[in-house]
Design a protein around this ligand. Structure first.
Ligand code: COA
Length: 130
């Protein structure tokens, strides 16, 4: 089964850096949110409490994105371990004047967690395979 999700954000003026393009830290935050949506679908029905981001690897900013444009994120689970699973996120910029372009890519590793009696969260097997 393919676990995937889409997510979109409009780039507002406050999201820009000093050269007027989308701030990279904001982009990564949105990539992480997009991965959370994929994780939500991947873990639905497993009984685990949720997932935490363990690693964000191979982030590549390929094209600048401008205020007023949309960023459309497409994510899917690429590999599944015992408690971890890897999500590939591609972020496409969409502007009124420009055609759709691949702006940013990353590989995000999330870990399934369960809530302990003391309120903390620890890793747990998710039981999913691809
Ligand atoms: C997520 C967390 C509960 C995992 O617990 P842990 O005891 O550190 O777990 P481990 O080091 O054994 O790693 C758990 C899994 O992640 C994998 N993993 C660990 N480090 C990794 C890395 N750098 N890249 C990819 N996978 C990694 C392990 O191989 C293991 O996978 P598996 O169970 O599928 O075999 C804990 O590390 C944590 O709380 N980290 C902080 C999370 C956080 O605050 N995120 C930001 C906000 S969402």
């Amino acid at each position: 089964m393919k676990y995937q999700a889409k997510y979109s954000q409009l780039v507002m003026p406050d999201d820009a850096n000093n050269v007027g393009t989308l701030f990279g830290g904001q982009m990564i935050s949105w990539m992480d949110l997009a991965a959370s949506k994929v994780a939500y679908r991947f873990l639905k029905g497993t009984g685990v409490s949720g997932a935490l981001t363990r690693a964000i690897d191979q982030v590549e900013f390929k094209e600048p994105v401008y205020p007023g444009e949309w960023v459309n994120f497409e994510g899917h689970v690429s590999t599944a371990g015992t408690s971890s699973f890897q999500i590939i996120i591609d972020a496409y910029a969409e502007g009124a004047e420009n055609k759709k372009r691949l702006a940013c890519t990353a590989i995000i590793t999330m870990v399934a967690v369960k809530k302990e009696d003391d309120g903390s969260y620890s890793k747990c097997p998710h039981g999913r395979t691809l």
